[in-house]
Design a protein around this ligand. Structure first.
Ligand code: HOZ
Length: 431
């Protein structure tokens, strides 16, 4: 498989864009090689600038849950673009979107639309601080809530991929207000809450972590956090940017039967357009401007094209609830197939899966937090990634990311992925 055009584009991109990419993980820095420049996609397949075809396991990092260029979404965008791409004034569409989300998402009385997951999490934290009058937050090592200052402490995703210990540009004051604990370590969180009694505004968590590979919550972890938040007046925030509308119509809250005080959304909610949202209990949400004084705004918030794309996709999900079962079954099928070929290979590996999120760590111990995710063998991952890419399977270019399945994937695609893994492992064994 040749990728001459991608190479030329990357060379050209680096002259005008920092590192040649607009989001660091795309640069392939941790796996090496040249990023693949995409030209089009349909269903489960990506086509690059050279015309190569790939089975896609990123799904734009989640949004393309029903596959790329999904007809109803494309049609809706085309229709609504003719009415204007932005008004800077309210529209009926925004109400319909809010009502739809409230009907799907548990524990959401009010919802505010924004333009990205970063904005959603950043605004949720500000709201939690404004509501409680406290400054500190607790986040988990290896969790990523977007690139706002408060979250780039021991963060996952690109920060972990590039092994950035301290992000320059974040003031000590901001960093000091972000406390961290290991995911799944309830005792560590209890200690922080005791040590900073009355100072903690919020605990924010990825209910199923997807920014250090896929890492599952251990039994009773979220229940423990919920209890702690109730006992200490702390706002419990579920970052459902990845899990929202993916794991179930009501996201991780529904799937794990945990009640969050605030929830953040992104990815699926926009059908592939730049959309985020944060919502929750009225008692908290009514502190947001213009109802309250916690200020938050955006010219493109509730953008009509983004709204109709997200609304159309969410409607498809509600009207076809079997989608979730199908996605789960496909991911389970892939899991079992990968497990079989990895077992035959004989080297250590861990597959973590929750719903349609899955990842492989080349590790000899269970991956339950950032320490265990980081101790996996990245050299093997790199080789695996490239061997799969060359066989037409597009995986996340980092072991610190989850794979996301889309429902356009066929059994044949999954079988191809499993046999590509078998061949890739054989290649690796020969090296
Ligand atoms: N933050 C995204 C994955 N966790 C990566 C976004 C991108 O590089 O496109």
């Amino acid at each position: 498989m040749t990728r001459n055009k991608s190479e030329q584009l990357f060379e050209r991109a680096q002259r005008s864009i920092p590192g040649g990419v607009n989001s660091p993980v795309r640069a392939f820095k941790s796996v090496g090689g040249t990023p693949v420049f995409m030209k089009s996609a349909k269903g489960a397949y990506l086509y690059d600038a050279d015309g190569n075809k790939y089975i896609d396991y990123i799904a734009s990092w989640g949004p393309m849950i029903l596959g790329h260029a999904y007809e109803p979404v494309v049609k809706a965008i085309q229709e609504y673009a003719a009415y204007s791409t932005s008004f800077g004034a309210p529209t009926r569409l925004e109400i319909e979107m809010a009502e739809l989300i409230i009907s799907m998402a548990p524990n959401v009385d009010l919802i505010r639309m924004v333009s990205s997951g970063t904005e959603a999490c950043m605004s949720a934290i500000r709201l939690a601080r404004g509501y409680t009058g406290r400054n500190k937050i607790i986040k988990f090592e290896g969790h990523y809530h977007g690139h706002a200052d408060s979250f780039l402490v021991k963060a996952g995703s690109g920060v972990a991929t590039f092994n950035i210990q301290t992000v320059p540009g974040i003031t000590a004051g901001v960093a000091n207000d972000t406390l961290t604990a290991a995911f799944n370590d309830l005792d560590a969180v209890k200690k922080l809450v005791a040590q900073y009694k009355g100072e903690i505004a919020a605990i924010i968590v990825e209910p199923v972590a997807g920014n250090m590979g896929c890492v599952l919550p251990q039994p009773h972890f979220h229940e423990g956090l919920r209890k702690l938040c109730d006992e200490h007046g702390i706002v419990f925030i579920f970052d459902e940017v990845m899990t929202g509308f993916r794991l179930a119509p009501g996201g991780a809250q529904e799937k794990l039967t945990i009640k969050a005080d605030l929830v953040t959304y992104g990815k699926v909610i926009g059908g592939g357009l730049p959309v985020g949202a944060f919502g929750g209990k009225k008692e908290i949400m009514q502190h947001i401007a213009p109802l309250g004084n916690v200020y938050q705004a955006g010219t493109l918030s509730g953008n009509p094209i983004a709204m109709i794309a997200g609304y159309t996709l969410l409607k498809e999900l509600i009207n076809n609830p079997s989608i979730y079962k199908e996605l789960d079954e496909k991911t389970e099928y892939l899991h079992k197939g990968l497990e079989k070929v990895l077992q035959a290979w004989g080297q250590p590996f861990v597959i973590n899966r929750f719903g349609s999120m899955i990842s492989v760590h080349f590790s000899d111990k269970p991956v339950i937090d950032f320490a265990t995710a980081s101790s996996a063998n990245n050299e093997v991952f790199k080789k695996y990634f490239h061997a799969m890419l060359n066989r037409g399977v597009y995986l996340p270019p980092s072991a610190f990311e989850s794979w996301f399945l889309n429902n356009a994937l066929t059994k044949e695609d999954l079988d191809k992925t499993i046999s590509a893994t078998k061949e890739s492992l054989e290649d690796i064994a020969k090296q």
